[in-house]
Design a protein around this ligand. Structure first.
Ligand code: MG
Length: 156
């Protein structure tokens, strides 16, 4: 068995879609990034890559490459899960937390789980938690959103 952890954060700006867990969430701002800046997918990708000992998301999808511009992070996650299968590992469990002052994410979690399962994480093997930062710091001021994930992989 292998364990991996992942963390990601992106700045909130006007004029961008807010995509978290592959869900297009109605909000006045969105996350800035080279891809769709889906913090939850990025944290999960880094957790899986960590468990595989294969570096991080930036090594696999460099933000200097045009082909990843505005890329769907659900697609990036799918390709990392394919890589995991090639390395003969399977997902036992993924636990994750998204930290956002606003908007409220709870109503979108079920749809996030559906999207993540379409990317190859079984819906009975993932948990997503949504928290605020109690008004403190950059997340509390609404400057950005962060996510954390841990995953447990089994050799298959
Ligand atoms: Mg990111």
């Amino acid at each position: 068995m292998r364990i991996g952890s992942g963390y990601d954060s992106h700045r909130l700006i006007e004029g961008r879609k807010l995509i978290i867990g592959g869900v297009d969430i109605p909000f006045e701002k969105g996350l800035l990034g080279h891809s769709d800046a889906d913090v939850l997918c990025h944290a999960i990708i880094d957790a899986i890559l960590g468990a595989l000992g294969l570096g991080d998301i930036g090594r696999h999808f460099p933000d200097t490459e045009d082909k990843w511009k505005d890329a769907s992070s659900i697609d990036l996650l799918s390709s990392i899960i394919e890589l995991m299968k090639q390395k003969n590992f399977g997902i036992l469990w993924v636990d994750s937390t998204v930290i956002a002052e606003r908007p409220k994410l709870q109503p979108f979690i079920e749809e996030m789980i559906k999207n993540l399962s379409s990317a190859g994480i079984p819906s009975n093997s993932i948990n997503i938690k949504a928290k605020t930062n109690e008004g403190m710091g950059l997340i509390g001021r609404g400057e950005g959103i962060a996510a954390q994930a841990v995953c447990l992989l089994k050799a298959v």
